[in-house]
Every structure is written in C-alpha cells, then in structure tokens.
Design a protein around this ligand. Structure first.
Ligand code: NAD
Ligand code: WQD
Length: 345
C-alpha cells in the first residue's frame, strides 16, 4: 500500500517513513530540502533495508504537485509534514509562512480530490490551544487566538481541511496535534537536524553539551510551576511516528468515526526545563553549562496533553520515558557530529 510522506526527509517525517516501511507500507517522499538533506533517504534505507522513492520539489508549486499526483494516482493516503515551523521566523516573515504552509496544503488537497486519493493525515500542533484554561488539555478545549503566524497556519489549515471535506465527501482527514517531540531513532542514523542556531530546547542542550554552543539560556525561572520554568509535554519522536502509522491504518481500514478527526499526541506528563536538563545530565554524564535568563516572548506557562482519547480510540500510547528521549537525542548528536567530521557533511 502506497503512502506519500511530504516533508519525509525532515525530523518527524523521516522517523515516520521508517515506521511505515517496517509495517509494510510502500513510501514515496516529497521534500524540497528547505530544512533537511538528501542523505537522509540513504539513512532511512540503512535502517529499514528499503530505499524510499524520493522526489525533490516545492509543494507550494501547483503544477509540480498536480503532475506528481497524476503520476502517483495509486496512493492510498498522504501524511503531510511539509511546512515551515520556526515560530520566531514566522513573526518576522509572516507571508513566507502563510504562502508555504497554506498553499502547499491547498495544492495537496486539490490534487488528492482530482486523483481520488482519499486519506490525509495532517501535522497539527498543541500550539492551537495557546495557554489552555484547563490542564491536561483535551481535544475538546477551545482553540485560542494564535500567538504567531506559524500557529495561525496550523489553525487555518485545520479549517481549510474541514471545509474541503465538507464539500467533497470522498475525502477523510485526521489532524494530529503534537506536543513537544524530542529524541531520535535508536540507530542514531536519523534525528533532529536544525539548520543554524536551534530554537528548541533539546537540540540546544545537545549542541551545548557537544561544545557547539557556549551555554544554554533557560528562559525564565519565575513561572508559577514547581521548578519555576515552563512545563511541556515532551514526547519521543518514535512514539509520535508510530501514531501516524496507526492513524493511516484507521483511515484505510474505514474505522473513522467521522470524516475529520483530531487527536492529541502527548504522554500526559508535563516536565519543567530544569527536569529536562537533569534528565540529560543523568543519562549523558555531562554537566551542562546553563544560565537562567529572562522569559522568552510568547512562551506559555504550562501545557500538557490529555491523551486519553488517542489512547482509547487509536489504541496508541506513548511508551518512552523522558530519560529515553534525552539519551537518544544525545546518542544522535554524538553520532551525527562524528560522521559529519569524517565526511564533511
Ligand atoms: P522539519 O523542518 O524537520 O520537516 C519539515 C520538512 O518539510 C523539511 O524536510 C522541509 O525541507 C520540508 N518542506 C517544507 N516546506 C516544503 C515545501 N513547500 N515543499 C516540500 N517540502 C517542504 O520539521 P518537523 O519537526 O519534522 O515537523 C514536521 C511537521 O510537524 C511540520 O508541519 C511542523 O509544523 C509540525 N509540528 C512540528 C513540531 C515540532 O516540535 N517539531 C510540533 C508540532 C507540529
Ligand atoms: C521548550 C521549553 C522554552 C530553548 C515550540 C513551538 C510549538 C511546537 C514545539 C511546532 C520552553 C525553553 C527553549 C532554549 C529554553 N512546534 N527553552 N532555552 O516553545 O514549547 O514549542 O516547539 O508546532 O509550536 O512553539 O518548545 O523546545 O522551543 O521550548 O529555556 O534555548 O524550553 O522557554 O519553556 P515550545 P521549545
């Protein structure tokens, strides 16, 4: 069964391709390599023994997207990861974000309808909840006004999908709202690969530990939380990837309860920044150089998932602990830097 994974050389996409192939799916990747690299296709093949078909083009190009779907009209579904995702950059360059994230989605939906490809899994985000009134946050929580153009693209995308499904009864979609994905594949052959200075906590920690950054800034310790730092629901990227396989099977096997479904992907446990640092130091044996500085603009105080609807309906549950997440991130950082030194990657 053939599945298109857009953004399949990216962080979450590459881990999902591995899980799909290991479950017997044939995978086709489309990525324009704006935030990933071509060798990841080979790394995937090294893990699974199967090289996925890969096409490099921009999904915001309508003609190229239409042509791709005409050539692959036997697809059973699409998992759409391809998007820009840097919150701060989206504030600086809102139109770049709206154009890339929304036009790509519209091109894909249009081509799915034109070629009878019925099933879409969409990468959404817990950012749609903002600072929730109730914790843990369930899928029924109201959507809050987006804090950034990036967050707004996720809210608008969910609306575009729902309107399209309303008009075309042949289409189905599942929006998966990710909490904070971290960690890497056990093989350390794929992982998170931020270009330039990382925005997210865990790659900043591992890059500091390996000596690429002098210290980590901890953004605020005066929040109303047990350790004074913001709380997030960190989830291992492999657990997250496996949920996509479950979602795809649910669609293909006709087990959806409605044509549009939404699921939270989190562990249900929240951790502060200092807890993540402690976990990293424990598993790596490395003392991390960090400084507590002022708050980062736009950070919410605390958010963690109520995953009970996903657990019950998808029969999926995040299994890996925070220590497994930080240990795998560290193993990946070390392996990647060692390989990069050898090959000048
Ligand atoms: P990533 O940047 O590693 O992967 C995205 C991939 O999409 C990249 O390989 C990039 O080159 C590609 N891409 C972007 N625009 C494209 C276009 N127009 N045409 C073709 N390819 C394009 O990001 P990720 O962390 O793997 O995130 C995947 C998805 O999950 C994104 O939609 C992101 O918004 C969403 N998400 C991520 C997180 C997170 O913390 N990583 C959390 C919630 C949601
Ligand atoms: C986690 C915690 C920071 C870096 C972002 C997006 C969200 C989603 C996931 C896509 C916070 C603290 C971080 C650093 C720090 N992405 N931190 N020093 O902000 O929860 O979510 O990524 O949808 O939309 O907003 O993740 O990893 O940036 O931060 O102290 O150098 O780590 O303040 O408390 P965040 P993050």
């Amino acid at each position: 069964m053939k599945i298109l994974v857009t953004g399949g050389t990216g962080y979450i996409g590459s881990h999902t391709v591995v899980e799909l192939q290991q479950q017997g799916f044939e995978v086709v990747i489309v990525d324009n390599l704006s935030n990933s690299q071509a060798w990841i296709v080979d790394a995937i093949a090294q893990i699974t023994g199967i090289k996925p078909h890969f096409e490099q083009f921009d999904l915001a190009d309508r003609a190229l997207t239409a042509d791709f779907f005409r050539r692959h009209n036997d697809l059973k579904g699409v998992i759409h990861f391809a998007a820009y995702k840097a919150v701060g950059e989206s504030v600086e360059k809102p139109l770049m974000y709206y154009r890339n994230n929304l036009v790509s989605l519209m091109n894909i939906l249009e081509s799915m309808a034109a070629n009878g490809v019925p099933n879409l899994v969409f990468s959404s985000s817990c950012t749609v909840y903002g600072q929730p009134d109730e914790l843990p946050v369930s899928e029924k929580a109201p959507i809050k006004k987006a804090e950034s153009p990036y967050g707004n693209t996720k809210q608008i995308s969910e609306e575009i999908i729902q309107d399209t499904l309303h008009a075309d009864k042949r289409l189905n979609a599942i929006a998966l709202r990710y909490f904070n994905p971290i960690g890497a594949h056990d093989s350390a052959l794929i992982g998170e690969l931020p270009l330039g200075v990382p925005n997210n906590l865990v790659p900043y920690i591992t890059q500091t530990a390996i000596g690429l950054r002098p210290h980590l800034n901890v953004f605020g310790s005066d929040y109303n939380t047990p350790d004074g730092t913001p709380i997030r629901d960190y989830i291992h990227v492999v657990d997250l990837a496996q949920a996509h396989v479950v979602a795809v099977k649910r669609m293909i096997e006709g087990r959806m309860k409605a044509s549009f479904e939404v699921f939270n992907l989190g562990t249900g446990t929240g951790n502060g920044v200092l807890e993540v640092i402690n976990s990293f130091e424990r598993v790596s044996g490395v003392k991390l150089n960090y400084k507590i500085v002022g708050r980062r603009a736009g950070d919410v105080e605390k958010v963690w998932a109520d995953p009970s609807w996903s657990n019950q309906e998808l029969g999926w549950k995040a299994k890996r602990s925070l220590d497994e997440m930080t240990a795998s991130a560290w193993k990946w950082e070390q392996a990647y830097r060692a390989r990069a030194k050898e090959t000048n990657q």
